[in-house]
Design a protein around this ligand. Structure first.
Ligand code: CP
Ligand code: NVA
Length: 303
């Protein structure tokens, strides 16, 4: 494993190893000890879009492991590819630092980084996927249920970057994945097929949220308007009516169901405040686990 671009590029052993290492490092840090395996190492953190969780958890993770995370936003380095090509940036950065993480509008930009960088590259969200989020989510689900295999995750809403990475993660790790989206906003067939290739019969795209949550162990949602889609906001709000995660939808799911959201959450849009603040909600455990997963990822790739 050289880069972390897409969950589907990893094998099951690598993913499980990362989950075990995340749990071990979480325990270590909770006990007040530190693992300084990245002493003297520097991670360039390139952001074309805003971020709370990803930026801070990566920066803290680098600090915790004895290294340094250098936050670089468009004001500093320009939009990637505009001031200079991504392939030049990748080669220049590789001469200075030990790893690159990037949050970009276009997934192709990160792919280009992986082709030209001579240091590990981490996908910190693109328009196509959000693998660090999905792996932190798997860690969270495993903590709450004590296992992953055989559980059912129902994703309600936009067939977007987060949904795609969850489909890949569920396929690899043996969870059933049902995504319910309005017509025109479904997850692409290729993503569903890829998940089903990992575990046959795992993934299914439907349009009915009530059907999706039957037998679900986890209900997951994300914003209806991802970063970069702001001009479509009004249309999307109209099109996603009926896809809100609310008390009515929860009443159709088993009593033990947990509710997840990668955050930021737009209350009374894709999720009600009532549900986000309820005992079913594990959204802040998810947010915390970004830190624990990324420590493990950085240790594996950079040390
Ligand atoms: N979930 C997530 O990636 O949050 P940020 O956009 O704040 O990093
Ligand atoms: N789908 C959202 C996720 C934010 C963490 C976006 O891309 O904006």
């Amino acid at each position: 494993m050289r880069h972390f671009l897409c969950i589907n590029d990893c094998n099951v052993d690598e993913l499980n190893e990362l989950l075990i290492l995340s749990a071990d490092l979480k325990k270590l840090y909770k006990s007040g000890k530190r693992d300084l395996c990245l002493s003297g190492k520097v991670l360039a953190m390139l952001f074309e879009k805003t971020s709370l969780r990803t930026r801070i958890s990566f920066e803290v993770a680098m600090f915790d492991l004895g290294g340094y995370g250098m936050y670089l936003k468009p004001d500093d380095i320009g939009i990637i590819g505009q001031r200079e090509p991504a392939r030049d940036m990748a080669r220049v950065l590789s001469r200075y630092i030990d790893g690159i993480m990037a949050r970009t509008f276009s997934h192709e930009t990160i792919v280009e980084f992986t082709q030209y960088a001579t240091v590990p590259v981490i996908n910190a969200l693109s328009d196509w996927s959000h693998p660090c989020q999905a792996m932190a989510d798997m860690l969270t689900i495993r903590e709450h249920f004590g296992k992953l295999e055989g559980l059912k995750l129902a994703y309600i809403g936009d067939g977007n970057n987060v949904a795609r990475s969850l489909a890949f993660a569920c396929g690899k790790l043996g969870l059933k994945f049902v995504v319910a989206s309005p017509e025109g906003y479904e997850l692409d067939d290729t993503a569903i097929a890829a998940a089903n290739e990992s575990t046959p019969g795992t993934a299914e795209q439907i349009n009915d949220p009530a059907k999706a949550v039957v037998d679900a162990d986890v209900i997951y949602t994300d914003t209806w308007v991802s970063m970069g889609q702001e001009t479509e906001k009004q249309q999307r709000i109209r099109d996603f009516q009926g896809y809100q995660v609310n008390a009515d939808l929860l009443s159709k799911a088993p009593k033990h169901v947990k509710v997840m959201h990668c955050l930021p959450a737009y209350r009374e849009m894709e999720i009600t405040d009532e549900v986000a603040e309820s005992d079913c909600s594990i959204i802040f455990d998810q947010a915390e686990n970004r830190l624990h997963f990324q420590r493990a990822l950085l240790k594996k790739l950079l040390s």
